[in-house]
Design a protein around this ligand. Structure first.
Ligand code: TIU
Length: 236
């Protein structure tokens, strides 16, 4: 039987959550962004700022799987010959060790390399979708939208890194395609705390211009099916 919708406490107002039509999207929780020596670190960032995301996100991932939600993981990266990497992206930052060069976890942001893959704590289960994307947004040059439409998904819980880059781009792409996006703020992370905070505010501002923002706690409560709503006023 299709689960009843639940109301999740969120900004700017409660989010009507139905796990049957909602996918959990885990954006780019790759070693290249979370561990030293990867792409994130080469850009000059403190990668330790992202590790706090792993624990709450792993709880949400476990609960989403238990609830039977569609789970989709993404990875940013390129073919080994870099034929799908725009020259502008390759040149950006004037890095000494650009995309494709050797790092401690293999070639930077190249598919098939250890650094390109997802951290152990959040490893995809067999059968879960992994979308390899060449850009920041998960919809650009991928078959993500086709899979979501085929599965009759209308809402997304968007998690992962980084808040203002790949998460934000994906939320914006999804919003324009008509998907309702819920972002648990502690399940997304940035190298820049101020960008993280403002990025979340930008999503929920103006009546939820891009979507809703909540916490893993509220989401886990809903996934535990403790709070049926939308029907509670009936018969009162
Ligand atoms: N640099 C940065 O903040 N992010 C990225 O390059 N990619 C993702 O956000 N995944």
């Amino acid at each position: 039987m299709r689960p009843e919708p639940y109301s999740i406490e969120a900004e700017p107002y409660p989010f009507a959550f139905d796990p049957a039509v909602t996918a959990l999207v885990v954006i780019d929780m790759q070693r290249d962004f979370l561990l030293p020596g990867g792409f994130g670190a080469l850009l000059g960032n403190d990668v330790a700022l992202l590790t706090s995301v792993i624990e709450p996100l792993s709880q949400v991932l476990t609960a989403a799987r238990a609830a039977g939600m569609l789970v989709i993981h993404t990875r940013e990266g390129h073919r080994p010959d870099l034929s799908d990497c725009p020259p502008s992206k390759l040149a950006r930052g004037q890095l000494d060790t650009p995309i494709g060069s050797a790092g401690p976890n293999g070639r930077i942001l190249v598919r098939g390399e250890v650094g390109h893959d997802i951290v152990e704590e959040l490893a995809p289960l067999p059968g879960e979708v992994v979308v390899d994307k060449p850009g920041k947004g998960a919809f650009y040059a991928t078959d993500l939208e086709l899979m979501l439409r085929n599965a009759q998904i209308t809402s997304l819980v968007v998690t992962g890194v980084t808040t203002e880059v790949c998460v934000h781009t994906t939320v914006r792409e999804a919003n324009d395609r008509g998907f309702d996006c819920l972002v648990p703020g502690d399940c997304v992370g940035s190298y820049f705390p101020e960008f993280h905070e403002v990025g979340l505010r930008m999503i929920a501002a103006q009546g939820g211009i891009f979507g809703w923002v909540t916490t893993s706690e509220h989401l886990l409560t809903a996934l535990g099916a403790e709070r049926p709503v939308l029907t509670t006023t009936q018969g009162a």
